[in-house]
Design a binder for this molecule. Structure first.
Ligand SMILES: NC(=O)c1ccc[n+]([C@@H]2O[C@H](COP(=O)([O-])OP(=O)(O)OC[C@H]3O[C@@H](n4cnc5c(N)ncnc54)[C@H](O)[C@@H]3O)[C@@H](O)[C@H]2O)c1
Length: 214
């Protein structure tokens, strides 16, 4: 792959390419043309060619894209050539839902531990993983080489817990608490705000209705 800057917009589309290519692999498809991939993904063929050309143009005239190769290469760009150990902090509704979902493991995200302050949750297991006390957190991160922590605790506690995670040496925080975390730049934060997505849906419904009333 050429060593050049890839735009954030392209990077933002990579997980979707990765997911579709993974589905094609599961279906046993070995190669696909940009026009067939375009129909499947509802993206124009020229957008696909432009996006994928960023990585040295994996497609070949008259052959199309080698699905396995492209899936592997995009996986490498997304940092999926090795597994990532993750923990969940906050075993409430959302934390338990994430812990119960086994699908992240398929992409190499291995859930190693779950933590909560509620003593009643201590020892409860989710998919065989026990919920632990917060005072075990730091040594657990070190001993189990934890890279990512999902933060599913109340907003009011997020900053304080994020600081403990930073001191513990965590590299990435998957932040579900509705607050922005300002952390040292070596700690990467990805915030997920489900409510923002819902507002976008609401906007799209109202603008669609508005258009059709014209
Ligand atoms: N539930 C949702 O659908 C949803 C959606 C989007 C965002 N969120 C956000 O995700 C967070 C969790 O939501 P929820 O519905 O699961 O809440 P919840 O109250 O069910 O669970 C929160 C858990 O965090 C634990 N906790 C509190 N302080 C802690 C601390 N200092 N250290 C470790 N654990 C601690 C609590 O004991 C509890 O088990 C909230 O910030 C919420 O705004 C939730």
């Amino acid at each position: 792959m050429e060593d050049r800057e890839i735009s954030r917009a392209v990077i933002g589309r990579l997980p979707r390419y990765y997911r579709y290519l993974g589905e094609l692999l599961d279906e046993g498809v070995e190669r696909i043309s940009s026009s067939d991939l375009s129909k499947k993904m509802h993206v124009t063929a020229s957008q696909i060619r432009q996006d994928l050309n960023n990585f040295g143009g994996f497609g070949q005239q008259g052959y199309g894209y080698n699905v396995k190769y492209l899936h592997t290469e995009i996986g490498k760009i997304l940092g999926l050539s090795h597994t990532h150990n993750i923990i969940i902090i906050g075993a409430g509704n959302l934390g338990q839902a994430l812990a119960n979902y086994g699908g992240f493991e398929k992409s190499g995200f291995i859930l190693k531990g779950i933590f909560d302050v509620n003593p009643r949750l201590e020892g409860v297991t989710i998919r065989g993983i026990p919920i632990r006390r917060m005072d075990e957190l730091r040594s657990f991160i070190r001993h189990h080489e934890i890279e990512i922590a999902a933060l599913t605790i109340p907003k009011s506690k997020a900053v304080e817990v994020a600081d403990i995670l930073v001191e513990g040496g965590i590299q990435g925080i998957w932040n579900f608490a509705h607050t922005d975390l300002i952390l040292p730049e070596n700690v990467i934060v990805e915030s997920v705000h489900l409510a923002d997505s819902l507002l976008k849906l609401s906007y799209n419904i109202s603008s669609y209705n508005h258009e059709s009333e014209k």
